[in-house]
Ligand binder design. Structure first.
Ligand SMILES: Nc1ncnc2c1ncn2[C@@H]1O[C@H](COP(=O)(O)OP(=O)(O)OP(=O)(O)O)[C@@H](O)[C@H]1O
Ligand SMILES: [Mg+2]
Length: 291
């Protein structure tokens, strides 16, 4: 890590601490404990650090020396044309794809390239795929209950009854995803948008430090999209979120003119800055926005 990165991290950490104090939010717990996994360390304020990640598929480079840093509690949007490497980047973070070269760290101590996919999820990285994958025959509540049961931390066990703490967490998540009134409904009967929220809720039940969301509003109505933006904004500070989207109106709602956007193109970062800045960038217009 470079000195500038550490300084930026320390600044982000300070603002994160201030936000925690303001909102009374919980600090991310040390998730690796008891699993023989290393303890994540977020003291520098950095949640995710990718350094020169390169991925080739049969000689074709899907990622070319991609470097990216996401701060603790940050909400970051990633945009870019089809084939830019956005999903491949998420595949590398979650252990689905192994890069040919580069580094990927979660906090300053966890080398993601040494962990398996389940271990990466256990240390606190949750991922939402594009298609909702909820258990259609079960109720909303049961889906969330199952999400807690797949949490293999010592306090959770498939056969134990839900603890008060777990019930509280499910209640909290039901409110966040606007499904409190639908807790007893069969998940298969929910709208497409509600299923997407339920899946996000299943990730939130496990209290991840970092959430990766690949095109989360695809297929949603305008109203559902707007509510999803509100949900993500409410999670900022408590989790780090990386949101990949093509829907520029949604990206505008999420960034509110003040958060950074990263533009990927041909497997690398083409531009980074406020949405208005990247929209005015001639190269970005040529490869993506101007089409
Ligand atoms: N398993 C694979 N084998 C071969 N090529 C792949 C594989 N996965 C991705 N690619 C290629 O890598 C490039 C990057 O793909 P990726 O899916 O990461 O793009 P993306 O930015 O997510 O695009 P989109 O916006 O369409 O989802 C594409 O050219 C794709 O065809
Ligand atoms: Mg993709």
């Amino acid at each position: 890590m470079t000195p500038e990165l550490m300084e930026a991290g320390a600044r982000a950490r300070a603002s994160y601490e201030a936000r925690l104090a303001q909102t009374g939010a919980r600090r991310p717990v040390a998730l690796g404990r008891g699993l023989g996994l290393p303890e994540p360390d977020f003291a520098h304020g950095v949640a995710l650090y990718l350094d020169e990640i390169t991925v080739s598929f049969d000689g074709f480079k899907a990622l070319t020396a991609l470097s990216l840093t996401i701060d603790v509690g940050e909400l970051r949007c990633i945009i870019g044309p089809n084939g830019a490497g956005k999903t491949t980047m998420m595949d590398c973070i979650t252990g689905k794809t192994r890069p040919d070269a580069g580094k990927a760290f979660f906090g300053s101590t966890i080398d993601l390239l040494r962990l398996s996919e389940p271990e990466i999820s256990q240390v606190g990285i949750g991922r939402k795929f594009q298609k909702p994958t909820v258990y259609e025959q079960l109720t909303v509540f049961q889906n969330l209950e199952l999400a807690l049961a797949t949490d293999r931390r010592p306090r959770a066990s498939l056969f134990s009854r839900l603890s008060g703490e777990q019930l509280d967490r499910i209640g909290e998540v039901l409110s966040l995803i606007h499904l409190r009134d639908d807790a007893a409904s069969t998940a298969g009967l929910l709208s497409h948008g509600q299923k997407q929220w339920l899946e996000i809720g299943m990730l939130l039940a496990q209290d991840p430090v970092l959430l990766l969301l690949d095109e989360p509003v695809a297929g949603m109505s305008d109203e559902e999209t707007e509510r999803t933006a509100e949900l993500f904004l409410s999670l900022e500070g408590k989790h780090s979120l990386v949101v990949v989207e093509h829907d520029m109106k949604f990206v505008d709602q999420l960034t509110e003119g003040k958060r950074k956007v990263t533009v990927l193109h041909e497997g690398r970062v083409l531009a980074e800055g406020l949405l208005s800045q990247v929209q005015a960038n001639q190269q970005v217009v040529e490869v993506y926005l101007g089409r």
